[in-house]
Design a protein around this ligand. Structure first.
Ligand SMILES: [Fe+2]
Length: 366
């Protein structure tokens, strides 16, 4: 990457491709004290109020800085590296490659909770791990006084729902969701009926005296990649048809329409939704429905196959943080007569983890 000047114009060159940088783009970046608040890095002016025909009066390029004087009397001294960074579109999170995994995944990373954990390099490593695998487990997280709230709010902010700020997962009488029974829970994603769907779920084990009740995880990314390879027609229809997901209880009716496999604008993996107790397929053409039902059956087989599933027991103090847009979770059944099984759960959004990760990266100059 390099910057060149010619006839009061600035050019940016990358791998043989050369383009002119618009003078207005540079003018928006005027960064002296009168124009940018140094503490927040926020603009003190509104660029939509500037004249559109901004021109460059004078230019100077040194090794580290580009200096520009504009015809409205302002000037900018821009670090060359900051311009490179904008053109390379660096997004710390997007460039963390997802690692596909199945039941052969062993000895997955654990991170030991410690004082001031959220400001340490270890937290950065844990977040990288989270983005690679879609989950991470923290050990020995304090279990008193709903510490999960503290934990979630130390990364970002809790995403409150109609289940409250956080929820207790234990068997209880007259439950409004099967999660609050001792029945097995097949792999599912949480709350597909919400818009937006909560991004990250945190589950904190407070007590676990039972021999069953193992936690299960399946990587929706691995499964959908496999489906794409083995059954491309199924993959395609599941990523095209929007189904209705619905949750109803006495005080609320929640519903949203979405694909079971949602792709981004480049047709890459974005999100999976799977909760066969809550989905309603639209009334489409019979032939398409034939294909859709076969596809749903197949992906369900994959999600429920032991080939893709890991199982482990959460111990008191263990805190599981998982990507609810990527992973499916569940549990095996347990016998409530053996003792207590008590987890606490809550949700946070991606901007929390992304913001934390970028902050720690900046702090430790990683
Ligand atoms: Fe769940």
């Amino acid at each position: 990457m390099k910057i060149e000047l010619k006839d009061k114009k600035v050019f940016f060159e990358d791998r043989g491709l050369k383009k002119e940088i618009h003078p207005f783009w540079l003018r928006e970046r005027v960064n002296s004290d009168n124009f940018v608040d140094k503490r927040t890095q926020q603009r003190l002016f509104d660029p939509t109020e500037l004249k559109e025909n901004i021109k460059i009066d004078n230019l100077n390029l040194s090794k580290d800085f580009l200096e520009v004087k504009f015809n409205d009397g302002t000037s900018a001294k821009l670090p060359v590296q900051s311009i490179f960074k904008e053109f390379s579109n660096i997004n710390e999170v997007k460039f963390i490659n997802k690692i596909e995994w199945d039941s052969s995944l062993k000895n997955f990373n654990h991170f030991e909770f410690q004082d001031n954990f959220f400001e340490q390099k270890e937290m950065y490593k844990a977040l990288i791990n989270f983005y690679q695998y879609g989950f991470v487990i923290f050990k020995n997280v304090p279990t008193k006084n709903n510490f999960i709230v503290n934990f979630a709010n130390s990364i970002g902010s809790i995403r409150r729902t109609n289940f409250g700020e956080f929820f207790d997962v234990k068997s209880k009488p007259n439950p409004n969701d099967l999660a609050y029974t001792s029945l097995p829970l097949a792999p599912h994603t949480d709350n597909p009926y919400r818009n937006p769907v909560p991004c990250i779920q945190i589950l904190h084990c407070i007590e676990n005296d039972v021999s069953g009740g193992l936690s299960t995880l399946v990587d929706g990314y691995t499964v959908t990649q496999q489906l794409k390879k083995d059954f491309p027609d199924f993959y395609q229809i599941l990523s095209e048809i929007k189904v209705r997901f619905q949750f109803i209880d006495q005080s609320v009716v929640l519903e949203d329409w979405a694909e079971m496999i949602q792709l981004d604008e480049k047709e890459n993996f974005k999100q999976v939704r799977f909760s066969p107790r809550l989905d309603f397929v639209p009334l489409i053409d019979k032939k398409r429905l034939d294909l859709y039902y076969s596809a749903r059956k197949k992906i369900s087989e994959f999600y429920n196959s032991s080939k893709f599933r890991i199982e482990f027991k959460l111990l008191p103090g263990d805190l599981l943080m998982m990507d609810n847009h990527r992973l499916l979770h569940g549990r095996t059944s347990y016998d409530a007569n053996e003792g207590n099984r008590f987890l606490q759960g809550c949700y946070i959004d991606y901007d929390s983890t992304e913001g934390k990760l970028k902050h720690l990266k900046r702090k430790f100059k990683l």
